[in-house]
Design a protein around this ligand. Structure first.
Ligand SMILES: [Zn+2]
Length: 179
């Protein structure tokens, strides 16, 4: 693990590792998160959530969903990351978001049509399917992808190689694998 000039940013191979402390916003350096350029950058934010995997299994037991909600709010970890993106990559990111948006519209239309039918099934179930899938696609398209949470640190994938390579160590001594 290599520390950068910003005290809460580390890298672990191609992963960006951010120190979650005090729920502060973790701002990344003012360079495009994809190509590392510095031209006409726009600041954006993304919230990353973590819940322990075992909490998902609770949904499977009877009335587990209620327990899941309790554990979700007890154990979730939230990290807000501020990042920059250049016009070119901003455009690419925005283009991708159209896909789940179209899915959402189709889902909503199907559900509306289903309510006009005698039976909600099967049109309504297709509609709900579209909504769920669109949500998943949307989460996958966000630039920062959560990989791991351990001892107060978030491992994040998604920033371009050039960006990660540009984060240089400046002698901050904190070995997080021993933290
Ligand atoms: Zn860029």
């Amino acid at each position: 693990m290599e520390a950068t000039s910003i005290s809460y940013i580390y890298k672990d191979g191609n992963y960006l590792v951010l120190d979650k402390y005090d729920n502060a916003i973790r701002d990344l350096p003012a360079r495009c998160i994809i190509c590392n350029c510095q031209d006409d950058l726009k600041y954006k934010k993304q919230v990353i959530y973590y819940i322990p995997i075992w909490t998902y299994f609770i949904i499977l037991i009877p009335i587990g969903f209620l327990f899941f909600l309790v554990f979700y709010f007890l154990f979730r970890q939230i990290l807000t990351v501020g990042y920059y993106v250049c016009p070119e990559h901003r455009k690419k990111m925005d283009m991708k978001v159209y896909r789940p948006a179209i899915g959402l519209i189709i889902g909503a239309v199907l559900i509306f049509l289903a309510t006009q039918q005698e039976s909600f099934y099967p049109l309504g179930s297709f509609g709900i399917g579209f909504l769920v899938l669109s949500g998943i696609v949307y989460l996958c398209l966000r630039p920062l992808k959560f990989k791991k949470f351990k001892k107060g640190y978030f491992w994040i994938k998604g920033p371009g190689r050039a960006f990660v390579a540009g984060l240089t160590a400046e002698g901050l001594e904190k070995n997080i694998s021993k933290a």
